[in-house]
Structures are given as C-alpha cells and as structure tokens.
Design a protein around this ligand. Structure first.
Ligand code: GLU
Length: 441
C-alpha cells in the first residue's frame, strides 16, 4: 500500500518550502488511497521544541492536510540503536575521532589539490591501540557508515535517472560523539519499518538519498521510490530563505490567504500544468501528477496568492464566511446582501471590516476642487438613508438632468463622494447597504 510521510524537524514554523514537500506527499498518498504519516524528526533534543510540534500540526490542520498517524523519532531511539548495532556487526560502521577543525583542514588540502573534499577514511586504518589512545584522549568518536564504493542509481520521480559515484561522497556520520542519532540513520530505519513506499523531498537531499539507499540495503530493506523537487526561489530567482519571515504559513494565514488558494498554487507551481484554482481537496488530489514537475528552480511570487484568494472567496456562500462577516460588525439582517456585494470586491476577508465601517458611518467624501459645487448640488438631491436598489438610478438620473453631466464625469465624482474611493462594488447594489452618508466635505 502506498505510504508517504511528511517529516519536519520541529525547530521552527513551517514555511512554503516545507509545504511543498508536505503537499506532494499528502497528494500521492490520498490519490492512491494510501497512508500519510506525519513524522516528527525530533532526534535533536536541543533544537526540537514542543511548541513547534503543536504549530506544525496546527498549520497542517488549517490547510486540511490531515495525517493518518503521527510518529515521533524521539520515541524510537531504541530502534535506531539496534540498527546501529547491526551495521557494526556487519563491519559497515566505524568510529572516527577527527575534530571539525581537522576535517576542515583535510577538505582544504583536498580542494587545493583539485580533489573532491571527501572524507579520507583515515579512521578505518587505525589499529586497536590507536583507537584506544584516541578514545582515552578525546572520548567517544562519531560513527560513520562505510559506503560501498560503487555507483548508486535510482529512477527519480522528478529528476529522472540519477547515478552517483559513492566514492565521491563522504561516509556519512550517523551517530554524533555525544551519542545523538542523526537524521540519516533515523530516517532510513523509519522509512523501512513504517513501510514508506514513496519519498518526496527537496533536491537538497539528493546526496542523502544516495547514502540512504545503501544504508537501507545494508539493513535488508527495500528503498522507497524517491522524487526530489526543485528548490523554491523568490520571484527574481533569489534565495527564498531571506524571505522566510513573510512566508511562514502562519504569516500567510494571518495575512488572509486562504488554504485552497495556497494549495492550488503549490500543487502546480514548477509543473508543466497551469495553476488553476481548485475549490476542494478532491479536485486537487485528482489533478495532481508528480511526473509533470521539472528540475529547474521554481519561482514563487507570494503576491500570486492574493488574486487566487480573491477568486476563491467569490465561490463561497455566506454560510462559509458568516463568522467573519459577523466579526466585521455587520448586523445579521444585512449579512446576506453585504456578502453578495462584497465577495466580488475584496482580496481577503480582512477587507470586510473597513467596508462595513464605511457603510455604517459614511465615508469622508473625496471631492476634487473642480467638483465641489457639483457635489454640493448633487448631495442636495440625495435623501437620507435607508436606500434601496432603485436609489442610485433615480438619483443619478435627476442629477444628470439637472446638471447636464453624463458618463464618467457624472458617475465617478458621485462614487468618490459617497465611498471616498474610485473603485468598488456597483453603486446600485452598494447604496442599499449604506446606513449613513456624510455630506460635509
Ligand atoms: N527532517 C528532514 C528535513 O526536514 C526530513 C527529510 C526527509 O524527508 O527525509 O529535512
């Protein structure tokens, strides 16, 4: 059965880059009728925080990316220790004591000689006495997985056929000197034991994948199908990390972006299919195809989320936004006509409040100098509210007849005088909602 996982480290809030990974794994599982696991990669006790675990769940819930179960790496440490023992017994695991400074020096030397900066396996050549001496001097070492120096091949779901020479990759450290299990080992143990069939993650993980395939095979497992999506950049191709502050999911939610707008964009961006607004999850699942994605960096312009949000809001009946309409202060008996008019004219639901204030209290009229006499005259012909849907037509007709103005020269100054703005909903539909008009300017 198809099983995927989204495996965030709870060291911060999730952002659009993580969302892409989460969404693709979610859609693959749902499309296949399989299982979607939320795996919390919390083997680093210093950086992992419970508040981020909660925040990740809250953000995924908001988006409707519901998981079938949660797994936590911190609860599975004995499984990783057992796998480490097996690798040791097989002779695929060795202890090494180089300090970060020593490793750095080795890398610099290799680079100076025009060689790739790959760990030289000096620790493999240590005698038992030398190891004992190093252990006495430096304490526990790190544990590295001994790669088999062959080519590692896989058919990547996005990148196509990949072939990596294991000799060009350093033997990965799987356990730190302080005993902390590192993600590379924990992840392969989990993927194997949890029956994960498909792994989609960022292309920054390609080298990890190569080493993980060998570790999985060493442990007797079958590697899942891997797909690596390209990294997201800003609209000009700049690194997204600079903009993470504004692109955390909770910030987008706070800014009024709607989940289906965000998901519709993320499910298509970087693929050869056009971005289309999907209004429900079933459609999104149906229309998803990982093979349509390309390897080129994917440009994301957060501004694109707003027109999609606006279009999504247009599809909603009042029942879906009743709480927000009421929170904007709109009385229940006006909620239906207010929403009917507003849904075509807002970008996010945050726009509702200011519109209702204007309707309730009256706008400050915007009147150009050359229109002052005209507006004073026109206001003289306008009765006090309440208005109905004939008010605008009747009023503008009599203003037109008596002033001789017509077209834009007639309607635009009247709109600005009544709403304080050059743009907005149809005046005939808006006027019945006006509770007050300020005629002084
Ligand atoms: N915790 C890892 C990360 O956030 C998971 C990577 C993976 O999907 O294997 O990068």
């Amino acid at each position: 059965m198809t099983t995927t996982r989204f495996a965030p480290s709870p060291t911060g809030y999730i952002h659009v880059g993580n969302l892409r990974t989460a969404l693709m794994n979610f859609l693959i599982a749902r499309k296949a009728g399989g299982t979607f696991i939320l795996r919390i990669d919390d083997t680093d006790p210093e950086r992992s925080k419970e508040e981020y675990v909660d925040a990740i769940k809250e953000d995924l819930d908001w988006l409707g990316l519901h998981w079938d179960r949660v797994e936590r790496q911190s609860e599975r440490l004995d499984r990783y220790a057992e796998a480490a023992d097996r690798l040791r017994e097989m002779g695929r695991f060795y202890e090494a004591w180089e300090t970060p400074t020593e490793l750095d020096l080795k890398r610099k030397k290799q680079l100076n000689m025009g060689r790739p900066p790959v760990y030289d396996r000096a620790a493999l050549a240590l005698s038992e006495d030398e190891k004992a001496a190093l252990r006495a001097e430096r304490g526990e070492g790190v544990w590295r997985f001994k790669l088999d120096h062959a080519r590692i091949d896989w058919a990547d779901g996005i990148l196509g056929d990949i072939s990596i020479d294991a000799a060009s990759v350093s033997d990965p450290v799987l356990i730190r000197a302080d005993g902390q299990i590192l993600y590379t080992l924990a992840s392969v143990v989990d993927d194997t034991e949890m029956g994960v069939t498909d792994v989609v993650r960022g292309s920054d993980h390609v080298t990890n994948t190569a080493t993980q395939i060998q570790i999985i095979e060493a442990l007797g497992g079958t590697p899942p199908a891997f797909a690596h999506h390209s990294l997201l950049t800003g609209p000009q191709g700049e690194a997204l990390s600079k903009r993470l502050g504004v692109l955390a999911l909770r910030d987008l939610r706070e800014a009024g972006v709607k989940p289906m707008a965000l998901l519709s964009l993320m499910a298509r961006l970087g693929s050869s299919d056009p971005v289309e607004l999907r209004t429900d999850m079933a459609e999104l699942i149906e229309g998803f195809d990982i093979s349509r994605f390309g390897s080129a960096p994917t440009k994301l312009d957060p501004e694109d989320l707003y027109p999609l949000t606006a279009r999504y809001l247009q599809t909603l009946p009042l029942s879906e936004v009743a709480a927000e309409v009421s929170a904007a202060g709109v009385p229940d008996d006006l909620a239906e006509p207010f929403w009917a008019v507003m849904k075509e004219n807002i970008t996010t639901l945050k726009d509702l409040g200011p519109w209702w204030e204007m309707l309730r209290d009256g706008a400050s009229p915007e009147v150009a100098d050359e229109d002052r006499d005209f507006i004073a005259f026109a206001f003289g012909l306008l009765p006090e509210p309440p208005y109905d849907d004939t008010t605008w037509g009747a009023w503008t007709t009599s203003v037109k007849e008596q002033s001789g103005r017509k077209g834009k020269g007639l309607f635009m100054p009247l709109r600005k005088a009544l709403t304080g703005q050059a743009r907005g909903p149809e005046m005939a539909a808006l006027m019945p909602l006006m509770q007050k008009v300020n005629k002084t300017f």
